[in-house]
Ligand binder design. Structure first.
Ligand code: ADP
Length: 267
């Protein structure tokens, strides 16, 4: 199931042809929820092994339009994972200090340590998305960044970090409903940001920026997946299954001790 959503390196992602309401191979919501429950417990057990092994790391990058469900994915997929081994970094508008460095500086600082899972809620990709659409940096500068990102991610993967990149693909119609919900439900008012309406007006420009990002930065070492995200249950189930499968393939091992446990006695 997982690889249906991969963007082949160098190929166009063709977002228009990808249905945000797709539920992939999932039968229905109930079976997806059952599968998710099983996968998130498995992810916790695998993470424990990754931590004990202490040699490699997993980086999960989440990108998507406002309301696409980045926070919900973190909550839905990693709520069984031991907090000791997970770090979540939300990439906001850069601080003065961050702007005084190259754009990848803060991403590198937040990269996961060996033995842990790092989650980027937004990421260095904002520097070729919002930065491009709002023309915060010149076009030539942005154009150089795709290769710089690929090189940066190669450094990470060459050093034992496996990278999973998920674009949460929602429809414009679904975004309207989710934004309206934030206005209608007092418990969601805090999530509403009038700036999101300005970005919604630039929907097509953002989709174009996403297309370019997917085409230029889906690499063999760190491919992109476009995850249908109109249905939250399908989104979580698909992502959890990819994370589980990736950790299973890494197959982290508890370290073997050089001493004989039988030679000790706990009095
Ligand atoms: P979120 O929408 O992720 O829940 P916020 O409402 O605080 O959180 O939004 C963070 C904002 O920071 C987004 O509008 C995003 O586009 C912006 N942002 C993130 N990285 C950058 C960047 N490198 N340059 C400019 N803006 C950025």
């Amino acid at each position: 199931m997982s690889d249906d959503y991969l963007v082949k390196p160098g190929k166009k992602a063709k977002l228009d042809g990808r249905d945000p309401a797709d539920t992939g191979g999932l039968k229905d919501e109930e079976s997806a929820r059952t599968q998710l429950a099983d996968d998130i417990v498995a992810i916790d057990k695998l993470q424990d092994r990754l931590y004990a092994e202490g040699k490699r790391a997993l980086l999960v990058i989440l990108q998507g339009m406002d309301t696409s469900g980045k926070d919900g994915t973190v909550r839905g997929v990693f709520n069984q994972t031991g907090p000791l081994g997970v770090t979540v970094t939300a990439f906001k508008r850069p601080s003065e200090e961050e702007l005084a460095h190259d754009f990848l500086w803060r991403a590198h600082l937040a990269a996961p340590k060996r033995g842990t899972i790092g989650i980027f809620n937004r990421s260095h990709y904002e520097d070729v998305l919002v930065v491009k659409v709002h023309k915060l940096v010149g076009a030539k500068e942005v154009d150089k960044r795709y290769d710089q990102i690929n090189a940066f991610e190669k450094i990470l993967t060459d050093n034992g970090v496996t990278i999973l990149k998920f674009m949460l693909h929602i429809s414009k119609k679904e975004q309207r409903e989710r934004l309206q919900e934030r206005l209608d439900d007092p418990k969601k008012h805090w999530k509403f940001n009038p700036g999101d309406l300005d970005d919604r007006k630039l929907w097509d420009d953002f989709q174009d920026a996403y297309e370019t990002m997917l085409e230029r930065c889906s690499t063999d070492h760190a491919p992109w997946r476009v995850i249908p995200a109109d249905k939250k249950w399908a989104r979580n189930a698909v992502i959890a299954s990819v994370v589980r499968k990736t950790l299973e393939d890494l197959d982290p091992q508890y370290p073997k001790v050089t001493w004989d446990p039988k030679s000790f006695r706990v009095e």
